[in-house]
Design a protein. Structure first.
Lengths: 163, 108
């Protein structure tokens, strides 16, 4: 059983670079309110900025919007960044996902493509849905003393049982 | 929302001070300041990031571009003053393996 959403926050922002910072600061405020640590908040900021930058860079030929949705649960935050522009083939991109290979010559390094890798590294769970446009669904668990999510990143059984 | 950018001439090259948040909006300012410096043959370019409190992949991409430019123009790029957060992103992405990043004792 899914646990209940405590709070839901959503925003619609112009899909332009100058609004990526607004999305980032909004999530920072929400996560801070929810009790996330400094480091986790910084991770969330980067992940959200990467998702938004992706929308700004790829989704629209002309001006459009990006959606930011945050669901706060007792033990986690789920953030969705969505657009209604061109969807991209995540599987193709995923194959090229990874850190920089120090063995490669410098002229072969790519300037782009680290964004999704960073999202994957900084968040606990990441899903991409892409039917009409793309939605990146990112989850980060709230770390509390003595009560961490288990190795699979799934809330503890006891917590799930209630209802 | 703009970056704070200052340069200081060194004996052979330039020290570039960057301050602020490097993201999709401000990254182009960094590129415009940094890239031309790396295009001078034999130049020594040191970028001081002590006052950068945020960076993401767009900023990292600019440094990759600058590194490539330095390589092809036979100039030299070095980063200094990275805070823990900024350093963390360089190491997650493996960029710290290919770039010269000066380790220094915590200032202030």
């Amino acid at each position: 059983m899914e646990k209940e959403v405590i709070d839901h926050i959503e925003m619609k922002l112009p899909a332009r670079a100058e609004y990526v910072g607004v999305a980032r600061l909004t999530v920072s405020g929400i996560a801070s309110r929810a009790g996330y640590s400094y480091d986790d908040i910084e991770d969330l900021k980067v992940a959200v900025a990467e998702a938004c930058t992706n929308v700004v860079d790829h989704a629209y030929k002309h001006d459009g919007f990006m959606g930011l949705f945050c669901d706060l649960y007792e033990d986690k935050i789920e953030i969705v960044v969505s657009d209604r522009g061109q969807s991209f083939h995540f599987e193709d991109i995923k194959r090229g996902l990874g850190p920089i290979d120090a063995e490669k010559p410098i002229e072969d390094l790519k300037e782009g493509g680290l964004g999704l890798f960073l999202i994957d590294s900084l968040m606990d769970e990441v899903e991409i849905n892409g039917e009409t446009g793309v939605a990146i669904v990112m989850t980060k668990f709230l770390q509390r003393d003595g009560r961490e999510p288990d190795v699979n990143g799934i809330p503890t059984k006891n917590a799930q049982k209630q209802q | 929302m703009n970056l704070d950018i200052r340069t200081e001439e060194l004996e052979r090259g330039t020290l570039l001070y960057i301050g602020g948040e490097i993201d999709a909006y401000t990254a182009s300012q960094l590129r415009e300041a940094l890239l031309p410096l790396t295009e001078k043959k034999g130049a020594n370019v040191v970028v001081d990031l002590s006052n950068v409190n945020y960076i993401d992949s767009t900023g990292l991409g600019i440094f990759i571009g600058a590194l490539k430019s330095a390589e092809s123009h036979e100039s030299y790029l070095k980063l200094t003053g990275l805070n823990e957060r900024v350093k963390r992103l360089f190491s997650i992405t493996g960029l710290d393996e290919v770039m010269d990043i000066e380790e220094e004792e915590e200032a202030q």
